[in-house]
Design a protein around this ligand. Structure first.
Ligand SMILES: Cc1cc2nc3c(=O)[nH]c(=O)nc-3n(C[C@H](O)[C@H](O)[C@H](O)COP(=O)(O)O)c2cc1C
Length: 207
């Protein structure tokens, strides 16, 4: 019998603040042995460099992840797709990509997904997730939000996506930015069906 194929998930990074959420999510998925189909928009590329430095540029992402999060990330693998390549594997529902996270998700990409525009690979892959009724996790980041932006989130949720806003909690008493990113990445992994221990569960105990 053929070996079980490695689980494949798509991750898109767009031009909203919070590149650290993306790198933490990527590292956690890779450490679970996932094959990541990665797409980064032009502004996503800019955010990675602006917020995390040149070492986190897309072309150097794998070494960056293993130096920051440890060699456990080598359990997984990444295929980097151009956002302009609408002929990439994940543009088709016939490709066995089990789910997708857009983290962080700009209001522009949110609008494109909400209206099924498929103007680039990120929007098309998200559209594929919705039409195939597979898990699509959208991590929007903006504040405050306009009525069209709020409506776009409702449209995505009605189409079957999970809206998982970049809203870290504080009950776990975070002390670093990495603690906040751990919380968001843990939420995203749970939403994609993984058991995770990136943040402590709420115990109900009041100290
Ligand atoms: C430094 C920087 C931070 C930004 N932060 C956000 C943000 O938090 N949310 C958002 O919706 N757009 C943000 N933008 C604007 C988007 O990057 C812009 O709308 C872009 O066209 C999004 O394109 P994309 O979705 O293809 O990445 C930011 C832009 C820059 C340069």
């Amino acid at each position: 019998m053929a070996a079980e194929p490695r689980r494949s998930l798509a991750v898109a990074i767009t031009g909203a603040s919070g590149a650290l959420y993306a790198t933490r999510t990527l590292a956690a998925l890779l450490s679970c042995g996932v094959h990541v189909e990665l797409v980064v928009s032009d502004y996503g590329r800019r955010l990675l460099r602006d917020e995390l430095g040149e070492d986190a540029a897309v072309e150097r992402l794998m070494p960056y992840l293993s130096s920051k999060y440890g060699t456990g990330v080598d359990a997984g693998s990444i295929t980097l797709h151009s956002n302009r390549d609408l002929g990439a594997t994940i543009a088709s529902g016939s490709h066995g990509c089990a789910g997708m996270a857009i983290v962080p998700c700009s209001m522009k990409t949110l609008a494109g997904v909400a209206h099924g525009l498929s103007r680039n690979l990120i929007e098309r892959a998200a559209d594929v997730m919705l039409k195939e009724q597979r898990r699509l996790v959208i991590v929007p980041r903006e504040t405050p939000m306009s009525l069209p932006q709020l409506r776009n989130m409702v449209l995505c949720a009605q189409a079957g996506a999970m809206i998982l806003p970049a809203m870290p909690a504080f009950y776990q008493q975070p002390t670093t930015l990495d603690d906040l990113a751990d919380f968001m990445a843990g939420k995203i992994l749970s939403a994609l069906g993984f058991e995770q221990n990136l943040y402590p569960p709420w115990t109900g105990r009041v100290e």
